[in-house]
Design a protein around this ligand. Structure first.
Ligand code: C2E
Ligand code: MG
Ligand code: MG
Length: 636
């Protein structure tokens, strides 16, 4: 009786069982399916042995029992194929419902195979040491097992990019071994290899994927980032309530001596060790100095937060053994991740707040509650809006006419950016400029606006046809910091063969000295080229006259608030009058923004301010409407 190969298989399976059951399970889908597939494979190998024994001693048992045993063995082979297929689908980005639907088809397939195998006749062959079965029942087994193998290979081929590359590789190797074994056994029925081939498959899956270390971080023993991704996806899909807390251990206080890397590891180890003993907590190490804690609910999260915080403080104070290590932890608490759309968004948000979006940098924790999440989502949406608008050329420039009180006509205009939505509606800059300034996209927007403005001026010969002497274009502080700004803007003007006296760039005050330095350099190059500058938003907040003294601007724009205050408040009136006189004495001109009524307009004219911009004359208009508007009042 030749059952040596099968006995080896059993020995290997026992070893894999031992190691698999020793690991701390996370409850992942793939974990469970692996154990089920292992169970099926073990059953298959045991049945393989039993069937060989039964054929050898067939005179001792009934024919019915013998057939039952042999058929059960080959049925179990088909089932291993079935579970192999389901296991390999665990990475596919499907919803659980979609997956269940697919699995139902496979289940129908496997049940059909099972019934056919039990119905169709089987024959067996025994001569000396050689034992095997054959006949229609065995052929059916081949067909179905092969079907599962081929579907698996096809899926892995088509959706491979969605899979964990390790899993993909392991499954391909496993399937190849199976095909090889099946072909060999088909050609030479005496070699009973198929059952053993599934054991080999298990070895590959185990070592590549499901071994105890696949989900663990070696240094700390916590689960790793991969495990966190898989686990949260599972919780999220099952719609289970859970809370997350990220702890970033900044080493600012710890760096300085060489041994710190080691100490940080020890600190992490200590924290992990401590936290794992807390009830209902799972700890993941995601980055070198970052731990993520998951708990079942918000209340538990608060308790864990307090406990962990106290523990880390004690570590820092030297109350614990490895207390030399000083760490500056930053906690990001996310009580209800289900408010976010998917797992990617959860981690994105946790990380964003860890890295930079701290509203109060001096505080060491932040609670991402509903309000923060909705702000965050809005910001993400706006970012996406800006990006798509840039890509699809939906950035537009509107023009608001500026009236000269001396010439009593429109002599200039301010170019103001807008985003046009796909449905044609307009997004005002107030909604996206602050976000674009934050993420740097403002530079690209500024460039587009400037380019379009130049094209507009050139195409419509604004000076000759409409009496518009120059156009004001806003510069953001972010752009001014960029040392290449002047070159870029000059190259755009050259592209349109633009007379630089057409351009007046609007700058705003900035507190940073470095920004001011770069801004001044940029301004100097552009002024030498022939461009002029205006100071925007004067009178809003902490603008000061000193700034005007130091900045080579030709025009100062009084902010809408300042203009409005002028009419409402006697003191503000004095301030504005004094400012006006000083600015005029410096040889600069003034634009009053935000003039909305006739009375206001008349008062400003009376006061002696040179230019007026405001809804009284017109709101910012799309290019063609603007041209129409100014052509009515311009007689060339
Ligand atoms: P700003 O440069 O001070 O532009 C003047 C803003 O005041 C414009 O708002 C204009 O529509 C508004 N305004 C003018 N007259 C009146 C009035 O009588 N009443 C009222 N209520 N508002 C008036 P807008 O177009 O929404 O732009 C807002 C801000 O967005 C601008 O303020 C500017 O800081 C920024 N911005 C606009 N376009 C650009 C751009 O291309 N680049 C950069 N960096 N910033 C831009
Ligand atoms: Mg402006
Ligand atoms: Mg302004």
């Amino acid at each position: 009786m030749n059952i040596a190969v099968q006995c080896c298989g059993i020995a290997i399976l026992i070893m894999i069982w031992y190691f698999s059951l020793r690991q701390k399970p996370l409850g992942l889908e793939s974990e469970k399916l692996f154990l089920i597939t292992m169970g099926m494979t073990s059953f298959c190998v045991v049945m393989d042995i039993i069937s060989i024994v039964a054929i050898n001693y067939r005179e001792l048992i009934s024919e019915f029992l013998l057939v039952l045993i042999c058929k059960t063995y080959i049925v179990s082979l088909v089932w291993v194929g079935y579970f192999g297929l389901i296991y390999s689908s665990t990475d596919f980005r499907r919803t659980r419902a979609e997956q269940r639907k697919k699995n139902r088809i496979y289940t129908v397939m496997v049940l059909t195979g099972t019934i056919l195998i039990y119905i169709l006749p089987i024959y067996y062959y025994l001569e000396g040491d050689v034992v095997y079965t054959y006949g229609p029942s065995c052929m059916t087994t081949y067909v179905f097992a092969l079907l599962f193998v081929l579907v698996t290979m096809y899926k892995v081929g088509v959706r491979g990019s969605e899979m964990n590359p390790k899993r993909r590789r392991a499954i391909i190797v496993w399937m190849c071994i199976w095909i090889l074994a099946a072909v060999t056994q088909f050609l030479n029925a005496r070699l009973l290899l198929v059952g053993f081939a599934s054991v080999l498959g298990m070895i590959i899956l185990f070592f590549e994927l499901e071994n105890p270390e696949a989900n663990l971080d070696r240094e700390t023993g916590a689960y790793n980032a991969h495990a966190l991704g898989e686990y949260t996806r599972l919780l999220y899909e099952k719609k289970e309530v859970f809370s997350a807390m990220l702890v970033a251990l900044n080493d600012t206080a710890a760096v300085g001596t060489d041994g710190n890397g080691l100490r940080m590891d020890m600190t992490l180890q200590n924290i992990v060790y401590y936290a794992e003993k807390l009830k209902g907590v799972k700890v993941f190490k995601t980055l070198e100095r970052e731990l993520v804690f998951l708990t079942a609910d918000e209340n538990r999260m608060q308790e864990v937060y307090q406990d962990v915080k106290r523990y880390i403080e004690d570590l820092g104070n030297g109350k614990k053994e490895t207390g030399q290590a000083r760490v500056a932890p930053y906690y990001v608490l996310l009580p209800d991740p289900s408010l976010l759309r998917n797992v990617e968004e959860i981690f994105q948000m946790l990380r964003d707040f860890r890295v930079g979006k701290r509203e109060h940098p001096e505080e060491n924790s932040i609670l991402l509650d509903e309000k923060k999440i909705s702000q965050y989502k809005e910001r993400e949406e706006t970012e996406a809006l800006i990006r798509s608008a840039i890509e699809e050329d939906r950035i537009e420039v509107f023009y608001q006419p500026i009236y000269s009180t001396k010439q009593k006509r429109f002599v200039s205009t301010e170019a103001l950016v807008r985003i046009r939505n796909k449905d044609g509606s307009i997004v005002p800059p107030g909604r996206f400029i602050p976000i674009a300034e934050n993420n740097g996209l403002i530079s690209r927007i500024g460039e587009i606006v400037f380019d379009k403005t130049c094209a507009f001026i050139k195409e419509n010969k604004l000076r000759e046809r409409y009496g518009i002497e120059y156009v004001e274009v806003n510069l953001s502080v972010r752009q001014c910091e960029d040392t290449k700004l002047a070159d870029l803007y000059i190259s755009i003007m050259k592209k349109y063969d633009m007379d630089p006296s057409y351009i007046n760039l609007e700058i705003t005050e900035s507190a940073s000295i470095q920004t001011r330095k770069n801004l001044l350099e940029n301004m100097q190059i552009l002024i030498d080229y022939g461009v002029k500058f205006s100071l925007d938003d004067f009178g809003n907040g902490e603008s000061n006259l000193n700034y005007i003294v130091n900045m080579p601007v030709s025009i100062v724009k009084f902010d809408r608030d300042m203009s409005q205050d002028y009419f409402a408040n006697q003191k503000a009136k004095f301030v504005m009058e004094a400012a006006m006189h000083m600015i005029h004495d410096m040889g600069l001109e003034i634009v009053s923004e935000g003039i909305e009524t006739k009375e206001q307009m008349e008062a400003i004219v009376e006061l002696g301010i040179e230019y007026i911009q405001g809804y009284y004359f017109s709101k910012p208009l799309p290019g063609d409407e603007f041209l129409q508007f100014v052509s009515q009042s311009f007689v060339s």
